[in-house]
Design a protein around this ligand. Structure first.
Ligand code: F6R
Length: 370
């Protein structure tokens, strides 16, 4: 049951920290080495893998897009992310050395199931990342790595998304370990950084909820929103945009910040709300500066700018009308915190509009038809 929360979605967003912690638990040993014996694919087989194709729909596909940045960086093999319903209709190139990763919260999404059947018919191995034990997708896959987010009842996916990111990262770090593409120390450090994420997510929930709600209350009349991000902030922008259209019925578009000048900036008129995911200002500044200039450009055209940025960012305050702050963390892990205020924002917008946040119109929790 809802256990005192106004909606399942509210409850489930507040379970983001637990979803991350529970998905990590038991998957590394005392030294910090990854232990994925449960997957029952031998290290030898993993070592042979020379390409990953992620198949998924909706929110799960955005978790896959986040994973692409991390896994390509760590493992140095190409990672393609494909919407499951497009996959088998284009004669994809699959070999026995391709690992197909099917990501699904429900495990019953027909598009994803049909895509994984196609991959297996072509002789590729399929690993399911799934939140529902015994569901069709893990049953029909060669192997499974469960997310431990607990049952997700609200139609809009929230805690499953952060758990999916963690599961793909465990897979990526494990591949790096067996292939030797990262130093053991680096792997251990990344595992430690992952372990440190639940309290950071909690901190966002504890400190940012009020600002988020106040911002939502001011935006109720907005007819559309633009979301932009770069690098791992790009899929987060797509996910924030999806949440808002799903449950608040607001027209949104999410896109890569670099695309702005290639078209979308034409949409910006005075008062247009633009949500921007800002990368860390620490370390290499290139991405940070580019995103800051994107804010500057939309601001100059009168946009109302809402930034998600790292605590201590020295530049964002100059251009953003509102900032949702995230604690410092490694760039690749920032989606785990950045998505949280966007989940809350969609929830608040829907609630303040008096909508049924758990059961938005026209949508079903699992899409069991193709
Ligand atoms: C978004 C949402 C959908 C699902 C998509 C995949 O909030 O709920 O986009 O993410 O239908 O569902 P699963 O993960 O169950 O395969």
């Amino acid at each position: 049951e809802k256990g005192g929360w106004d909606s399942f979605m509210d409850k489930e967003i507040h379970e983001d920290p637990a979803a991350v912690a529970d998905t990590l638990r038991g998957r590394y040993d005392v030294n910090g080495d990854l232990d994925l014996d449960e997957v029952h694919i031998s290290p030898d087989v993993f070592r042979q893998i020379d390409k990953i194709i992620v198949i998924a729909c909706g929110t799960a596909s955005y978790a896959g897009l986040v994973a692409k940045y991390a896994i390509e960086h760590w493992v140095r093999i190409p990672v393609e992310v494909e919407l499951a319903h497009e996959f088998r209709y284009r004669d994809p190139i699959l070999t026995p050395r391709t690992l197909v990763v099917a990501i699904s919260q429900s495990g019953e999404t027909m598009d994803t199931l049909m895509a994984l059947r196609h991959a297996r018919e072509q002789g590729s191995r399929v690993l399911a990342i799934c939140n529902t034990r015994g569901s069709s997708i893990p049953r029909e896959s060669d192997a499974v790595l469960y997310t431990h987010a607990g049952p997700e009842i609200a139609v809009a996916s929230t805690k499953a998304f952060v758990a999916q990111i963690v599961a793909t990262y465990l897979l990526g770090l494990y591949l790096a370990q067996v292939k030797g593409t990262m130093y053991r120390d680096e792997i251990h450090q990344m595992v430690d950084s992952l372990k440190a994420m639940p309290p950071k997510i909690q901190q966002v929930l504890d400190t940012q909820s009020e600002t988020v709600r106040r911002t939502a209350a001011r935006m109720l009349e907005a007819r559309s929103f633009l979301f932009l991000g770069r690098h791992v902030g790009y899929p987060v922008a797509l996910e924030g945009a999806l949440k808002l259209k799903e449950i608040a019925y607001t027209f949104t578009e999410g896109f890569a910040a670099g695309e702005l000048k290639h078209g979308p900036i034409a949409l910006v008129e005075p008062g247009e709300p633009v949500v921007i995911i800002v990368p860390s200002s620490r370390g290499r500044d290139i991405l940070h500066n580019k995103v800051i200039s994107a804010i500057e450009e939309v601001k100059a055209r009168g946009a109302y700018t809402i930034a998600v940025a790292e605590e201590g960012d020295p530049d964002v305050g100059r251009y953003a009308d509102v900032v949702f702050w995230r604690p410092q963390c490694p760039t690749l892990l920032s989606p785990l915190v950045d998505v949280v205020p966007l989940q809350l924002f969609a929830l608040d917008m829907a609630e303040l509009k008096g909508l049924d946040v758990d059961k938005p119109r026209n949508l079903a929790k699992s899409v069991t038809v193709e």
